[in-house]
Design a protein around this ligand. Sequence first.
Ligand code: SF4
Ligand code: SF4
Length: 216
Amino acid sequence: MIITQKKPIEEVLALVEGAKTVALVGCNSCATACQTGGQPQIDELTKILEDAGKKVVATTICDYCCMNLGVKAKMKAINAANPDCVICMSCGDGVQCVAKNAGDKPVYPSNNTMYLGEAVRFGVWEESCRFCGDCVLGKTGGICPITQCAKSLMNGPCGGQKNGKCEVNPENPCAWIEIYKRLEATGEVEKITQVRESKGYGNFAYPRTISLRGKK
Ligand code: SF4
Ligand code: SF4
């Protein structure tokens, strides 16, 4: 899931400084799970905005703020309320999708979009993937060296680990020691010596589009 964190409230209030009326759009998927864009957070932000002298004229929650058709439908009521601006309480993807459907209204984010992560338990999310577009997990024991190694090293450890902990952030295990242990456990330890090509990040031309319908 996409992990989001609330922006400092002063930052959100600064974004809506010139607005008298505001509409709020929450997201019923990742942002609800992250407690950054569900109904409780909409209620909380409504109160903060009204205490700051703003009028919240409409609120809605999209099932997924990143799915255009659902957003388009939900935005009809928001646009009909004619707010001075819209605050979208999802990840940056959702904010952009909401903005496309908000006519001439400015759309502001209430969250910072952090990473693609795993919900390891309630309220705890660990970063797990950086969308590199060329997954190497099949060669690294299911542990991502791009994400789990602080230096994103592709071919083994830097040598700085201490007692199995990363020299950059000693709270984390050294990813490459974990990769070695996992490959040993799965009977694939020979993979540790295979040379993995450096990531061809230069091959990407952003923004990318993936379509199952052929060319755009
Ligand atoms: S190698 Fe890592 S960053 Fe790349 S797709 Fe796989 S998990 Fe994601
Ligand atoms: S100590 Fe391990 S995890 Fe940390 S930067 Fe070096 S190789 Fe990567």
